[in-house]
Structures are given as structure tokens and as C-alpha cells.
Design a protein around this ligand. Structure first.
Ligand SMILES: *[C@@H]1O[C@H](CO)[C@@H](O)[C@H](O)[C@H]1NC(C)=O
Ligand SMILES: *[C@@H]1O[C@H](CO)[C@@H](O)[C@H](O)[C@H]1NC(C)=O
Ligand SMILES: *[C@@H]1O[C@H](CO)[C@@H](O)[C@H](O)[C@H]1NC(C)=O
Ligand SMILES: *[C@@H]1O[C@H](CO)[C@@H](O)[C@H](O)[C@H]1NC(C)=O
Ligand SMILES: *[C@@H]1O[C@H](CO)[C@@H](O)[C@H](O)[C@H]1NC(C)=O
Ligand SMILES: *[C@@H]1O[C@H](CO)[C@@H](O)[C@H](O)[C@H]1NC(C)=O
Length: 374
């Protein structure tokens, strides 16, 4: 006997959701049928993890994880395993901003997500809508509506479910994303602050810089707090990847000028570089001409290396820089931390890789013991 979620029939509070049908509960793929039940644990602190596919998740440090987003394909084995650890498993939700005015498209989208959540025994959805929206536009209002309706519908279908939204590192129209961040945060269970790609719009000198500079990260979080979003609705998202920049030239103070690649209104951006997972950065650093260096303003490591053509500068985060950010989240009493993404580490049997991977997981905060049931 299992009490797993059944796709719900009617939601009175949602005017446009009038045609919901009830599906029979889908079969449970887990060997222990109770693992298909919704996760009811409400941890005091979040460690919010993105998983992008493959089977590396078997090697995650599950003593740390509280929520996991299956960002790409559904993996039933991962769902069963996460549930055995009382970890919430989440769908990813994106929606084309151009379709926001299409009520039918929104309804179909939401019904599809609710049905998937029920059929796959998921514990909610992580909304990752990152498209540009103009300030005071109709889309701005409709996006908020979509988020509110999605949250309500998921909570009706499964009262233990979790709905979250991935917001930019700062609320001030980053990358043209002029959303109503306060209203979005009010609607969802919590927001995941993507404190990375912070050089997506470079307005000063066109140079390589840290992916998640400490001062910029802090500034962004402060702005969210200042707009009245409570600390316990903010999860600080950090990068487990960095940027590899080709340098036009490098000054004696290690300033790497990069080609001008425009992005959403800026003439220079991190798109001049290539994103590299932490695993690959650990291979690149073996060829570095500088060794690992530390920038104390950004509180982040970097190094330079050369190939036959030119010099590159790599900016990244490692256990030392990440720990400072986790400590900041703790000091501000944020709900927790998370990372994009857990599969950026090297989970092979290589001894050096194992050590580096363990250090990354170890740097994350420990689960606090006070676990409460809803
Ligand atoms: C958005 O609208 C386009 C054009 O009408 C359509 O092809 C697409 O399926 C829609 N997508 C969603 C998720 O509604
Ligand atoms: C946003 O505003 C800009 C500048 O006014 C305009 O060019 C663009 O078409 C607008 N975008 C949308 C989606 O309305
Ligand atoms: C962060 O520090 C750098 C280097 O000192 C400075 O250029 C930048 O303006 C600072 N950013 C913020 C948001 O304070
Ligand atoms: C490096 O390149 C940038 C951009 O092309 C240029 O503005 C700057 O003067 C150059 N610096 C040196 C030391 O060559
Ligand atoms: C981008 O470059 C163009 C052409 O040089 C210039 O007119 C414009 O002001 C620049 N935009 C920004 C945001 O710096
Ligand atoms: C390091 O340099 C060597 C020799 O140039 C090259 O063969 C190798 O591919 C480089 N390693 C990485 C990770 O780029």
C-alpha cells in the first residue's frame, strides 16, 4: 500500500485549470514501494543540488544533499535512491516567455508538469526561466502569475511539494531579466540565487574576471534582502565550474584582456570565455605558467596557461573560495546553499580526482540535526 501522489482533479483557486482529469496512481519503480511516497522531511537548512545526467549521483555525498533537481532526463533509479535518503527530487521547468500571453499554452504546460510529478513520484519543480523580460511589461506580470499558479497547483497536488525559482545573482534586470523578484520569492517556497556568470555583462574594461566575485555576490544577496525577501527564502547558488578566457594580452599584473563578445546590451561578456567544469580545470592547471593564484578582491583563484597560439586565463572556484561563500550564507542566516552543478566534479577512480572531489563535497555545510516533520 502506498500513498504516493495522485494527479489531482480540480483546483478551485486556479480559474484556468478547469479541465484537470484524475489519473490512476502510476506504478512504483522502486523495490521498496514506500520509496514512491512524497518526501515529508523539512530540513532546517538546504543543500540544493543540480544533477545533469549520468550515474555520477551514486558517488555524491548524500549526507549533505536535501534537494536534487533532475535537470535533464528522468532517472527512476535516482528518484528511488534520493527518497531512501529523504531527499526531495525535483523536475526542471522552463517556459517560453513569448507564450505567456497564451492561456492555453500555460495550462497545458502546467498540467504536463503536474502529471509528470505524479507519475514520476517527484517532490516538486525548480523553475529555471531565464529569458529577458522588460520592466513593467505584461510579460513581467504574467510570469509572476505563472509562478503563483504553478506553486499553488503543486501544493494542492502534494502539500509536501517544493516549488523553487532560479534567480539572477542580483535583482536589477541582470541580462535583461526584469522580473518581479519580490513577488516571485513571495510565491515560491524559496529562490535559488545563481551567484555565478556574474560577468555576463561587463561594462568596464573588457578583461577576464572571477565567475562569482565575493563582493559582487554579497552585493546581489544584500539587494534581495533589502527588497524584503526573508533570508530563509534565499539559497545561495555557487559555481562548481569556471571560465577559460583567451587573452589578447596579459599585463604584468595578470590582467587578461579578452575579445569583445556582446551580450544583452553589454559590449563585453564572459561569453568570450568557455565554461569549464571543476574536473577539467584541475587538468588545465597542470599546464599553468603561474600556478594557482589568489585574487583577494574577488576572493577567488585563477591561473594562466599557454598553448601554441596564445595565453589563457582561468577563473574558477575551489574549496577555499567556496567555503567563504558558504560561510557568508551561514552568517546571513540564508536558508542554505547549492551548486551548479554536482556533475562538474571528476568521479573517476583516479586517486587525485577522488581527493579533489571529496574536498568539494566536504566544504559544503553539514546538515543541521534539527529535522522537523511538516
Ligand atoms: C510556444 O508557442 C509556440 C508557437 O505557437 C509553440 O510551437 C510551442 O509549442 C509553445 N510552447 C509551449 C511550451 O507552450
Ligand atoms: C523590450 O524593450 C526593448 C526596448 O524598448 C524592445 O526593443 C523589445 O522589443 C522589448 N521586448 C519585448 C519582449 O517586448
Ligand atoms: C568589487 O571589487 C572590484 C575590485 O576592487 C571593484 O572593481 C568592483 O566595483 C567591486 N564590486 C562591487 C559590486 O562592489
Ligand atoms: C591589451 O589589449 C587591449 C585590448 O586590445 C588594449 O586596450 C591594451 O592597450 C593592450 N595592453 C597591452 C599592454 O598591450
Ligand atoms: C557599445 O559599443 C558601441 C559602439 O562602440 C557604443 O556606441 C555603445 O555605447 C557601447 N555600449 C555600451 C553599453 O558600452
Ligand atoms: C598540457 O600541455 C601538453 C603539452 O603541450 C598537452 O599535450 C596537453 O594536452 C595539455 N593538457 C591540457 C589539459 O590541456
Amino acid at each position: 500500500m502506498t500513498c504516493s501522489t495522485v494527479f489531482v482533479a480540480v483546483i478551485v483557486s486556479l480559474p484556468f485549470l478547469s479541465i484537470m482529469a484524475t489519473n490512476p496512481p502510476s506504478t512504483c519503480p522502486c523495490s521498496d514501494q514506500s520509496l514512491c511516497d512524497p518526501v515529508t522531511r523539512k530540513p532546517a537548512k538546504e543543500v540544493f543540488v543540480f544533477s545533469v545526467g549520468g550515474k555520477n549521483w551514486k558517488k555524491y555525498d548524500w549526507s549533505k544533499v536535501t534537494s536534487i533537481v533532475m535537470f535533464n532526463d528522468y532517472d527512476a533509479e535516482l528518484m528511488c535512491y534520493a527518497h531512501s535518503k529523504q531527499v526531495k527530487v525535483l523536475l526542471k521547468g522552463d517556459f517560453p516567455v513569448a507564450n505567456l500571453t497564451d492561456i492555453k499554452a500555460r495550462e497545458n504546460w502546467l498540467l504536463d508538469k503536474l502529471r509528470k510529478a505524479a507519475d514520476w513520484h517527484m517532490d516538486g519543480i525548480n523553475l529555471d526561466i531565464e529569458q529577458p523580460i522588460n520592466d513593467s511589461s505584461i510579460q513581467q506580470k504574467l510570469l509572476t502569475d505563472l509562478v503563483e499558479q504553478t506553486t499553488k497547483a503543486f501544493h494542492v497536488q502534494n502539500p509536501h511539494s517544493q516549488v523553487t525559482y532560479d534567480v539572477a545573482w542580483s535583482p536589477d534586470c541582470i541580462d535583461g531579466r526584469c522580473y518581479n523578484y519580490k513577488a516571485i520569492a513571495d510565491a515560491v517556497d524559496f529562490v535559488f540565487v545563481m551567484s555565478y556568470d556574474e560577468q555576463s555583462q561587463i561594462f568596464g574594461p573588457c578583461i577576464g574576471m572571477a565567475n562569482s566575485p565575493y563582493n559582487k555576490t554579497v552585493k546581489g544577496v544584500e539587494k534581495y534582502l533589502e527588497m524584503g525577501i526573508p533570508a530563509n527564502k534565499l539559497v545561495l547558488g555557487v559555481p562548481w565550474y569556471g571560465y577559460n578566457y583567451p587573452c589578447l594580452n596579459v599585463t604584468e599584473h595578470d590582467v587578461c584582456y579578452i575579445p569583445k563578445v556582446p551580450f544583452r546590451g553589454a559590449n563585453c561578456s564572459d561569453a568570450a570565455g568557455k565554461q569549464k567544469d571543476y574536473s577539467e580545470i584541475n587538468r588545465l592547471i597542470q599546464n599553468s605558467t603561474t600556478g594557482r593564484k589568489w585574487n583577494d578582491e574577488y576572493k577567488a583563484p585563477y591561473f594562466n596557461y599557454k598553448d601554441s597560439k596564445q595565453v589563457y586565463q582561468v577563473w574558477y572556484d575551489d574549496p577555499q573560495s567556496l567555503k567563504l561563500r558558504y560561510d557568508y550564507a551561514e552568517s546571513k542566516k540564508l536558508l542554505g546553499v547549492g551548486m551548479w552543478h554536482a556533475d562538474a566534479l571528476d568521479y573517476s577512480d583516479d586517486k587525485m580526482a577522488q581527493k579533489q572531489t571529496k574536498e568539494m563535497w566536504d566544504a559544503l555545510p553539514h546538515q543541521s540535526h534539527g529535522v522537523t516533520l511538516e
